[in-house]
Design a protein around this ligand. Structure first.
Ligand code: TYM
Length: 336
């Protein structure tokens, strides 16, 4: 079945099942997908091929793929309206990835900040997949002729390279790929670590820097209470107050309040009261999400059915683009 309504624009996005999702993934990506899902033709992928660029325990990867899917559903993504699928279930991703590798330059991949960060973190495993990661991501996006890619700020550079690759391919042959744009929320697009507010909150941070979507209420409140802040006490968004700015960003994203409103709400109160309030709104939001998540995760037959249907819908569109690409580059096909 096709997943397209010609009047709607198309969206594709994905999350790596490389650990438990954080409130960064939720506020920067997942929550926004749920908000816009009915306005666009949407493809939401769990990018398991990307996850193995860093060594994974196989049983955990399988489990994390299902958990990530269950979190998509718990966040309100409607599988009747959208294709929800695993990247490894649609071979066209890897197939187009190879073709696009041949249209991507060594120099441009060397400049990717995520590659530099990850190769520093995993110095014993700087594999070729880690290096060509952005090309596979370009394939994810370009296969669906996506107009928009809703992501957090850290993925902007990857969308730029996807655009460059698409333009290069189109210029070499003729118009083949739609040139995608990033789509970012105003707030929540860059949630920082609670223990180091100068670095991004990340799934792979094992410590107290990240709030995970499956953390208990007490854990959420404790982590936020201990978040690193400066020695002041005034709740105000200001240059250099990275810890407080980050907590204000989190509070604003969960409550919809502006920074001005937050400053007025906490006038005359200290950081302690503010941190407790941030912890409580985050914990409330996560406990509602977890209730739904537990129901979805327990129904494996339903998850499998969603994945089967999602892969079928995604394959239909992806194979259409792949056939076009194979023809343009000159691969012979047998007329049946
Ligand atoms: P990943 O799995 O690291 O993150 C998934 C999404 O969450 C966003 N995000 C954040 N947003 C705000 N604050 C944070 N601290 C934070 N951490 C993560 C990311 O920007 C992303 O939107 N390469 C991608 C996965 C991918 C993809 C794609 C995305 C593969 N193919 C095609 C879009 C389209 C990644 O590693 O995301």
């Amino acid at each position: 079945m096709e997943n397209t309504n010609a009047e709607k624009k198309t969206i594709l996005s994905g999350i790596q099942p490389s650990g438990t999702l954080t409130i960064g993934n939720y506020l920067g990506a997942l929550r926004n997908w749920a908000k816009i899902q009915y306005e666009y033709n949407c493809y939401f992928c769990v990018v398991d091929l990307h996850a193995i660029t860093v060594r994974q325990v196989p049983a955990e990867l399988r489990q994390n793929s299902l958990k990530t899917m269950a979190l998509y559903l718990a966040a309100g993504i409607d599988p009747r309206e959208n294709a929800i699928f695993l990247q490894s279930h649609v071979p066209a991703h890897a197939q187009l990835g190879w073709v696009l590798d041949c249209f991507t330059m060594f120099g441009e991949l060397s400049r990717m900040t995520q590659f530099k960060d990850k190769s520093a973190k995993h110095a014993d495993n700087i594999n070729a997949g880690l290096f060509t990661y952005p090309v596979l991501m370009a394939a994810d996006i370009l296969l669906y002729q996506a107009d928009l890619v809703p992501v957090g700020a850290d993925q902007k550079q990857h969308i730029e390279i996807a655009r460059d690759i698409a333009i290069r391919f189109n210029n070499t042959y003729s118009d083949t790929f739609k040139i995608p744009e990033p789509y970012m929320p105003k707030i929540g697009t860059k949630i920082m670590s609670l223990t180091d507010p100068l670095s991004k909150m990340s799934k792979s941070d094992p410590g107290d820097g990240s709030v995970f979507l499956l953390d208990s209420r007490d854990t959420v409140i404790r982590k936020i209470k201990r978040a690193v802040t400066d020695s002041g006490s005034e709740v105000r968004f200001a240059e250099g107050k990275d810890g407080i700015n980050n907590l204000m960003n989190i509070y604003a994203a969960f409550t919809g309040k502006t920074y001005g409103e937050i400053e007025r709400e906490f006038e005359g109160k200290g950081y302690g009261d503010f941190k407790l309030a941030v912890g409580e709104v985050a914990a409330d939001a996560l406990s509602a999400l977890q209730d739904k998540y537990n129901v979805f995760l327990a129904d494996k037959a339903q998850l499998d059915a969603v994945l089967t249907d999602g892969a079928e819908r995604a394959s239909y569109t992806a194979n259409k683009t792949l056939r076009k690409v194979y023809r343009k580059v000159g691969f012979y096909s047998v007329n049946k």
